[in-house]
Structure formats: C-alpha cells, structure tokens
Design a protein around this ligand. Sequence first.
Ligand SMILES: *Cc1c(COP(=O)(O)O)cnc(C)c1O
Length: 297
Amino acid sequence: MSEFSLPHAPLQRLDLPWLRQAGIEAAILRLDLVDPLISGNKWFKLRHHLLAARQAGSPGLISLGGNHSNHLHALAAAGKRFGFATVGLLRGHPQDTPTVDDLRAFGMQLHWLGYGGYRARHEAGFWAPWQARYPGWHCIPEGGGGLAGAQGCALIVEQCKAQLATLGWTDYDAWWLAAGTGTTLAGLVLAEAGEHPVHGALAVPPDHGVAEQVAALVGATGYVLHDASRGGFARLDEVLLAFVDEAERHAAIPLEALYTGKALLALRDQVEAGRFVPGTRLVFLHTGGLQGRRGYL
Ligand SMILES: *Cc1c(COP(=O)(O)O)cnc(C)c1O
C-alpha cells in the first residue's frame, strides 16, 4: 500500500572529536529528517498499525502517552494526514504544553486519565471501555510498542544498508541507539538476525522492564543494553545539557536531550572506556523526537 510507503532517512558521517581520537568511524541515520511532522522512529513504529487500521476499515486510532509524548504527536499528525480520527489517553491532569497544543491542533481528542488511571494501562480490562466508546477503532499500545511496532522498525536496517556506498563503506560493525520501550531496538535486532550487534542506550532506568520486553520480542541475543538514564527518565542535568550543546555544534546536527542526547553521551563513555577497537564502524540511529525539546528548553 503506497499510501504508507516509507520515507527516506539520509545516512551521514558523524564527526566528533572523541570518536576521531579513538579511531572510531561513525555514521548517523537521520530519522529526524524523514518527515516534518511524523518524526523519527515513530513513523516506522506506526506503519504496521496504520496498515492494519486501514485494512480493518477502522475510523480512528487510540493510544496513550505523556504530555510531551513524541509518540502521540506522531500519531495525531499521521491521523490528520491519512484521514483517521485520533484519541489520546494522557497521563496526569489537564496541562497545556507545546505538544498538547499540537495534539489539539491536529484534531486529536484528549482524555486525561490522572496518574492512577494511567497506571492501569497494563491491566487486562483497560481497553474494554474505550473500545465500547469508540467501536472499531484501532488501539495502539503505549509508545507504539509490541511486535507490529518492531516489524516497522526492521525496515530501518534496509535504509542504512542501501546508503553505505555513499560513505565509501561496504559494511559496519554495530548499531547504537536510544531505547525507551526497546521496540525500535527489537526491530533492528529482527532485521540484523545476528549479523551486526545492536547497542541500546536505555533512557529509562534498568528496573523498568525493558530488558524483559525486548527479550519477549526477539529473545536474548543480538543486542546489548546500556544504562543511559542518568537517574531517571526525562531527568536532565548540567553535564548532559552541556554535552548535547557541544555535540550539536561539532556535528551540526540537532539532538534532544532525553533520548538521543543521553544515548550519545553513553556512547562517548563507552568509547572513552575503550569498548570499541580503532577502526570500528558504528551507525548511530537518530531517532528524532525534536518536537519534545520545546518542553524543556
Ligand atoms: C520514543 C523515542 C525513543 C524510544 O523508542 P523505543 O522504540 O520506545 O525504544 C527513542 N528516541 C526518541 C527520540 C523517541 O522519541
């Protein structure tokens, strides 16, 4: 179905002083550039859901997230673009953020679940009242997770491989990317099937069950998880912000701190600790999310 054909993500050189000093060659796959509104890895995670919803003739799409959610932002934009109504179930109490303003502008209908109501999202009966209220609508798990999300992300690997020659590369040694639910990482692991290891830098603390979720999707091999959370999801600190600022200037690439910034900083720590031998070729996945910067800048 060409309606949801994949946008193109450019593969570019990533030149940073600490990579050069360690003799590491790096490239960055720019998912932040795939679309002005349906940004980053969220486009790939949504693709199979959009296909399924269209095939089922669903009038609309429902999902959940916080008030800076990149996922809900992409979903609302996709709904508007492709003619689906959208409903967002939000964590906490009504609050206006730049993201929430956009959700409304894209036509998404919002329901605020409070904190307790949001915590119930993993319970068996959670979706039943919403399915009764919005019959036939397509329900998407938090963050676009699950196997459908991972399968869409498997297509990211093809895009990288198709562009290696533009860098003068014939191959690469490993992936490095930010992980929230680990769905994007799982997609890369599926597509690589053991050919290249996938390093996931966790933006959430290690006790949040991501390892278990990834293992349930793809098993225990083909990837390594690193704790990049720096004390909590969405927690910011001066060292991180200064690092992101400097990396943006050196590489001339925009980043946001919560995912791509923390992932790149965790990579620097590993590179400086000598984890990768000189001559290693890494592909860093820019997962997008730049709309979320407005929430903390
Ligand atoms: C959502 C998001 C992630 C996390 O993706 P998962 O598939 O949940 O691991 C990473 N980076 C950015 C910028 C995101 O918006």
